[in-house]
Design a protein around this ligand. Structure first.
Ligand SMILES: Nc1nc2c(ncn2[C@@H]2O[C@H](COP(=O)(O)OP(=O)(O)OP(=O)(O)O)[C@@H](O)[C@H]2O)c(=O)[nH]1
Length: 323
């Protein structure tokens, strides 16, 4: 066991404030290895596997400077554009494990391999959790050693999509070499924890929560339902939320209005989860949006989608909208 801030003083969970970190990212990004670096031990299985090594969300913890740092490792939960039952189940499991809410969402991506799937992972997780989750997000690059002589700052500034993503995350990013050991490993963790402290300060030390987290907390309080059943039940809520974002009810109508009258998007930002389009852009809920998808764009924010392809003239309700 490492010494210094990692030393376990033998105090129980009750004496320590929990810091809940959730690791997300695409398959093979290095989530489990990053979790192990943070924890200072090989708690999660980390191996290159074409179909993904991590199958289930898992959680481990360590003490760090008076905090209990609780790390939730996840599989790639957004491996297909259509949300599979498996993804919804894993999302539900992640929410239950990190209830009543996460303090920090760590978006893990590899140096030199930032791609559309990374953007997608960020976009999707914010879609489920709510756009305000971006205020709790840190981007963590693995394979820092691959940077060689290039500085991390220089690397991130050379990619427009990456710059946009980092702006959305308040410029909070760092890099790990998960192969590092000893003092070098601890220095990396210190660097991450400085950013974690920044997230806490910027969010008045409160964790992020949302309606789904509230549902998770209510379910956790039920002693008559076992954990698997709780995951199943919450997975249905997750699925409904994702389907609802295709355009149900009043929100669906509002989205349609955005799509149609998208000249002024500033006032619509008050509605969480609404994706506001610009004139001439295709709304993702629009049935014509299947083609021509682009990246996050230079002014990305998690509540906004940047779509190319056919123009949306607002003459049709969003796909699947029920009013
Ligand atoms: N050289 C190097 N290899 C790394 C680093 N981080 C992770 N890896 C390797 O990358 C591979 C995938 O790492 P994982 O931690 O399993 O990635 P993951 O995101 O958890 O993958 P899934 O569980 O499959 O989604 C493993 O072989 C790791 O040893 C790093 O910083 N440097």
């Amino acid at each position: 066991m490492a010494s210094g801030p990692w030393e376990d003083h033998g105090m129980g969970t009750q004496e320590h404030m929990e810091l809940r970190l959730v690791l997300v990212g695409k398959t093979g990004a290095g989530k489990s290895a990053t979790g192990n670096t943070i924890l200072g031990r090989a708690a999660f299985e980390s191996r290159l596997a074409p179909q993904g090594m991590t199958r289930m969300c898992a959680q481990e913890s360590r003490l760090w400077q008076g905090y209990r740092v609780v790390v939730t490792d996840t599989p790639n939960m957004f491996d297909s554009p259509e949300h599979s039952a498996r993804s919804c189940y894993q999302l539900a499991r992640c929410l239950l494990l990190s209830a009543p809410g996460l303090h920090v969402l760590v978006l893990v991506t590899q140096v030199g391999r930032f791609m559309q799937e990374d953007e997608e992972a960020a976009r999707q997780v914010w879609r489920v959790l709510g756009r305000e989750a971006a205020r709790h997000t840190i981007v963590l690059f693995t394979r820092k050693e691959d940077l060689g002589d290039i500085s991390l700052q220089h690397y991130v500034s050379s990619n427009a999509s990456l710059r946009a993503l980092l702006r959305t995350c308040g410029g909070r990013f760092c890099a790990f070499s998960n192969r590092a050991a000893g003092a070098e490993r601890e220095a990396q963790v210190e660097e991450l924890m400085v950013l974690v402290q920044r997230v806490l300060e910027e969010n008045r030390s409160t964790h992020y929560t949302s309606e789904l987290y509230s549902q998770a907390t209510r379910l956790l309080n039920r002693s008559d339902v076992d954990f698997e059943e709780k995951c199943e039940r919450l997975a249905k809520q997750v699925e409904q939320r994702l389907q609802g974002q295709q355009g149900d009810g009043v929100l669906g109508l509002l989205r349609w209005c955005c799509c149609r009258f998208s000249g002024d998007r500033s006032h619509m930002r008050r509605f969480p989860g609404i994706h506001v389009t610009e004139p001439g852009r295709v709304h993702p809920a629009c049935p014509r949006a299947a083609r021509g998808r682009r990246g996050l764009g230079d002014e990305a924010d998690p509540g906004r989608e940047s779509w190319g392809g056919e123009k949306c003239h607002g003459e049709h309700p969003p796909r699947g909208m029920r009013l």
